[in-house]
Design a protein around this ligand. Structure first.
Ligand code: IVH
Length: 649
């Protein structure tokens, strides 16, 4: 074989594979493919210097890695807000039409798998990164190269991030589980878990054996210039990616609903699992203007499909006391398999719900499980009652400490601050993954520590000694030392973890990260006004945070002294910035004085002008932007929010 023949053969193999894996339309037999593949392999063995980047032989990684390293996404990977019915849809549409007029929509499936970011540089797949926390994930390039529907090269220059979902087809999932059953291996609960698990294999050969499929749904960093998302996606598909089974544009609520109904009706016949339909604003310029909240884009939403329902029986109603003292009734039901997950509990939310639905012990009920949320009871089948059903009586004292309960109607709250359940749950929360992430400090151990009087609050964790632990049943030297080390290791943790660990109502992981960014270690003295100025912070969150700081100031100071959380690293002012040499105009109300922003931009080499003209590169707008904004729009000047400006910095 000559070099030219070799190149031709690689091209042919890629064409066969593209037809087979991307278009689902084979144009060659397996045997033909294999014969050519071996010829290519043979040539490459003799002429390793000629190996092409897109040769199919380059998909099989031989190197088993020892672990995955972290890698940053060029642009953040977002999640989506969920809606569930026509009312929600109506509300969402009304809300976003206030932000932008004259918009249309692009609808496509919400694939149920694991999200993935593919980074192409000058046409070559250079990195594949899992979603991770949205800004950084794990580098799994070797594994992803084994996915046949991921092109190793594309006809495109520059940097392009392609985002999509890795899925396992339903029939393939069944096969894998059959195989695992035979080999006495634990089964995958659903195709999503199977896809995620297969991606994170240290041995790429295992990933290769799982027949994963990549379905693109968008782009991250890019230099593409499209007006409509629908055209952008068409461009992506034409680079060699797989198309979804259904996609369509819509103008009205009715049209969106119609596409939704069609997708819902057809989804059983699709090869992959869907858990809803994603609706996105089709005009990319409008998307840019609408921007993001702290968590999700404003220009897109996931319209979920109703989840699967099953009939089961209520065996008992038990009570859980959370870290805030709130008591949640939980139904214990006869174990029921719903799409691969055995359901044994269903949340009853609160006591009103029990009364409203007249839920009795021994009732037959319909339970629903959707996505990963805790199953709930949709309906009581009252006509199946036989007389053995028992009405449920609301408790009058805490099921854990027998303390007094505050009756807030729907909600019952244990008032006892030192109630075991409250203390134990707040310590468990404190130590959990998105908080101080103390390895090994789970429910069982915290319960023991509490009962043995070793730990009565989170501060006590830090004065535990080896002696203390060795006295406990089942605690040998190694286990005890590991736990102490884990507790010590939480010192110097990220500040946002510390804030999150305090368990302040309405302040979760995302808000904690924002507070860390904005205020650093000064978070204790933050005022309501300062917090309200942050995009995404509402009055409830602000009230809760400030009040918590006031009441718990002393404890927080003690904790700070012991844990010494890390200040966020101040980003060094970049010399070459996104705004260097650009002409920028500011308008509208911003979260800080405009003069401050002006000074900042100027220090980065931008020219801040007073009025909008054709020469303006960017209009940065705050709330209530007026005529400058309209003018910029009419001149086609790129308009970005203050938040987006911050991100560019
Ligand atoms: S768009 C800025 N589109 O769902 C837009 N996501 O709940 C962000 N997903 O993490 C996502 N199908 O992994 C989008 N057609 C689709 C999707 C999709 C599945 C996943 C994705 C994301 C999660 C959001």
């Amino acid at each position: 074989m000559t070099q030219q023949e070799y190149q031709k053969t690689v091209e042919k193999l890629n064409k066969y594979a593209y037809h087979y894996y991307v278009l689902d339309d084979a144009i060659a037999t397996d045997e033909e493919y294999d014969t050519l593949y071996h010829k290519v392999l043979e040539y490459e063995k003799q002429n390793p210097q000629d190996i092409l980047k897109n040769s199919p032989t380059q998909r099989v990684g031989d190197v088993v890695s020892e672990g995955f390293i972290k890698a940053k996404h060029h642009q953040r990977m977002w999640s989506l807000e969920d809606i569930f019915n026509e009312d929600d849809l109506e509300k969402w549409l009304t809300k976003i039409k206030k932000l932008q007029e004259n918009i249309t929509f692009y609808c496509e499936p919400k694939f149920d798998g694991a999200s993935l970011n593919l980074v192409y540089e000058n046409g070559e797949l250079v990195r594949a990164i899992t979603r991770g926390d949205g800004s950084e994930g794990e580098l799994i390039t070797q594994n992803v190269k084994t996915i046949k529907s991921v092109p190793l090269t594309i006809k495109h220059t520059g940097l392009l991030e392609i985002r999509g979902e890795v899925v396992i087809y339903k029939d393939e999932f069944e096969k894998i589980n059959q195989e695992r059953l035979k080999n006495n291996e634990p089964l995958f609960a659903n195709p999503r878990n199977a896809a995620a698990g297969s991606l994170r294999q240290l041995d790429p050969k295992i990933t290769a054996s799982r027949n994963l499929v990549f379905l693109p749904y968008g782009v991250g960093e890019n230099s593409l210039e499209f007006e409509y998302l629908s055209d952008l996606m068409e461009f992506i598909y034409n680079l060699g990616f797989k198309r979804p089974p259904l996609r369509a544009t819509a103008k009205t609520k009715e049209e969106i609903q119609k596409i939704y109904e069609q997708m819902k009706a057809e989804r059983e016949s699709y090869a992959m699992m869907l858990d809803g339909m994603v609706i996105k604003v089709n005009e990319l310029q409008a998307q840019k203007i609408m921007g993001y909240t702290v968590k999700v884009p404003r220009f897109a939403v996931a319209y979920k499909f109703p989840a699967v329902e099953k009939v089961t029986k209520i065996k008992d109603i038990i009570l859980q006391v959370g870290r805030t003292g709130a008591i949640t009734p939980v139904a214990v039901v006869e174990p029921t398999d719903i799409e691969g997950v055995v359901v044994e509990r269903a949340t009853l939310h609160n006591f009103d719900e029990i009364e409203r639905k007249d839920i009795r012990i021994n009732d037959s009920v319909i339970i629903l499980r959707s996505g990963d949320v805790i199953p709930k009871i949709v309906k009581v089948l009252t006509d199946r009652r036989s007389g053995v059903e028992q009405k449920y009586v609301k408790p009058t004292s805490c099921p854990v400490c027998s303390g007094e309960l505050l009756d807030e109607g729907a909600l019952l709250k244990c008032q006892n601050l030192s109630c075991e359940a409250r203390v134990v749950n707040s310590i468990i929360y404190f130590a959990s993954k998105p908080c101080l992430n103390i390895d090994g400090l789970g429910t069982k151990i915290v319960e023991v520590l509490f009962r043995e009087n070793l730990v009565r609050n989170v501060l006590d964790l830090y004065s535990l000694t080896l002696e203390d632990l060795l006295k406990l049943e089942g605690f040998k030297e190694k286990k005890s030392q590991n736990l102490l080390d884990a507790i010590q290791n939480s010192k110097g943790s990220d500040l946002w973890r510390f804030i999150n660990a305090l368990g302040i109502e309405h302040i979760g992981e995302v808000a904690s990260k924002v507070i860390e960014q904005e205020f650093g270690l000064d978070f204790l003295e933050v005022t309501k006004e300062q917090l309200l100025a942050i995009d995404g912070f509402g009055p409830e969150m602000v009230e809760s945070f400030v009040e918590f700081m006031r009441v718990n100031e002393q404890t927080i100071k003690e904790l700070l002294a012991i844990i010494q959380p890390q200040k966020p690293q101040k980003q060094e002012t970049q010399k070459e910035s996104f705004f260097s040499g650009k002409t920028v105009v500011l308008t509208g109300t911003m979260s800080r004085p405009r003069s401050e922003i002006k000074a900042l931009l100027e220090s980065l080499g931008a020219k801040v002008a007073g009025s909008v003209s054709k020469k303006t590169d960017f209009l940065i707008f705050g709330e209530d932007a007026g005529s400058k904004y309209t003018k910029a729009q009419s001149l086609g000047v790129v308009c970005i929010t203050e938040k987006e400006m911050e991100e560019k910095l």
